[in-house]
Design a protein around this ligand. Structure first.
Ligand code: 13P
Ligand code: SF4
Length: 334
């Protein structure tokens, strides 16, 4: 459940009326200047959006940019919880996103009232929550983490302190195995990363024995067991570019390969397969709701805007600030 009013302000109608001959790139660039707007994009956005963005990054980098920007408007090209984080950190800014329906299966798996009950049942546990959750869940949390800082933040928590981890059981399970920490996991998962097939991955590895596998920790353990690198989107990108291998298998949302192909056109990046070998089911259906037309319209009409009720915002701000304080420097994050 979200604390937001999911109103796209007649997006379908506005799309229908849009002039198909419009030069969207020129118009978006014009609107950036006119509105003093910064466009932030996640690596899972379509290539055209990554190209027009002022900054492309992982969840932690995007949060840092949103907290530091001096633009008046933050145009967030990602999913809704990411835009919500930008608003919590920069409440004086106007935060817009191309499509308010861009949710996340992890957020959906963790209703705030159930999460609050879970916390009450385990009062001796500290709660670490993955940033992929609603503002209302953040408001009930001690510290927010992302896939690039979770391990580093946990290493700063006393060893005998039990931990509640929500909502991603795969990221939580991976960190628990790696650190040996006592962690109670919420039963949530990402519908995109759960689609990878171990059987098809083994077949692919047999066809390309020299290709290492880089995987996001939202993948289930049976996929991570085959990975040479497990890390956040930015860590996967760094590995793909710096590893000497000419071919790399990528087990995360495939739009990130745009940055890889751009920076290393001589290398081959192969998306890890889903159950039928080539199902295209690893595209995030939420991230895919955003496109250039909707990006243009949200900037032209300054809608939909993210609003977070002030009581929730101030409670959600604390665990986000804690995350930023406890995060590694860019050079040593995962
Ligand atoms: P990153 O923080 O690694 O960019 O992950 C965000 C996300 O939603 C992955 O599905
Ligand atoms: Fe959520 Fe998964 Fe999409 Fe990331 S890839 S936004 S975790 S549904």
């Amino acid at each position: 459940m979200s604390t937001l009013v999911l109103d796209n302000n007649n997006l379908e109608g506005r799309l229908e009326k849009l002039d198909p001959t419009l030069d969207l790139v020129a118009e978006i660039n014009r609107l950036k200047k006119e509105k003093n707007a910064v466009v932030l994009a996640h690596y899972y956005q379509e290539a055209a959006i990554q190209e027009i963005a002022d900054f492309v990054g992982d969840s932690l980098d995007l949060s840092r940019k949103a907290a530091a920007t001096d633009a008046d408007v933050i145009v967030f090209c990602g999913v809704r919880f990411m835009a919500e984080v930008a608003k919590i950190l920069s409440p004086e800014k106007t935060v817009i996103l191309p499509d308010m329906e861009a949710g996340c299966s992890l957020e959906d798996s963790c209703p705030p009232e159930d999460f609050a009950k879970f916390r009450r049942q385990h009062p001796d546990h500290i709660s670490l929550t993955y940033i992929n959750c609603s503002a209302a869940v953040k408001a009930e949390t001690d510290i927010i983490v992302t896939s690039s800082n979770a391990e580093y933040i946990i290493s700063q928590i006393p060893e005998d302190q039990p931990i509640l981890f929500a909502p991603d059981k795969h990221l939580g399970g991976y960190i628990a195995r790696k650190t040996g920490r006592d962690m109670l996991l919420w039963d949530g998962s990402c519908i995109v990363h759960e689609q990878f097939s171990e059987r098809e991955l083994i077949k692919l590895k047999a066809q390309h024995p020299d290709a290492p596998v880089a995987a996001h920790p939202e993948c289930p353990a049976h996929i991570l067991d085959h990975a040479d690198l497990v890390g956040s989107t930015s860590k996967i990108l760094e590995f793909a570019l710096n590893d000497p291998a000419e071919k790399i298998i990528i087990a995360t949302e495939p739009h990130i390969m745009h940055q890889m192909q751009k920076a290393a056109p001589h290398k081959t990046f192969i998306g890890a397969p889903g159950a039928d070998g080539n199902c295209g089911c690893n595209n995030c259906p939420f991230m895919e709701l955003n496109n250039m037309e909707k990006l243009y319209l949200c900037m032209r009409d300054m809608t939909p805007q993210i609003e977070v009720p002030e009581d929730i915002r101030t409670r959600a701000l604390r665990p986000l600030e804690k995350m930023l304080e406890m995060s590694p420097t860019p050079a040593n994050k995962n």
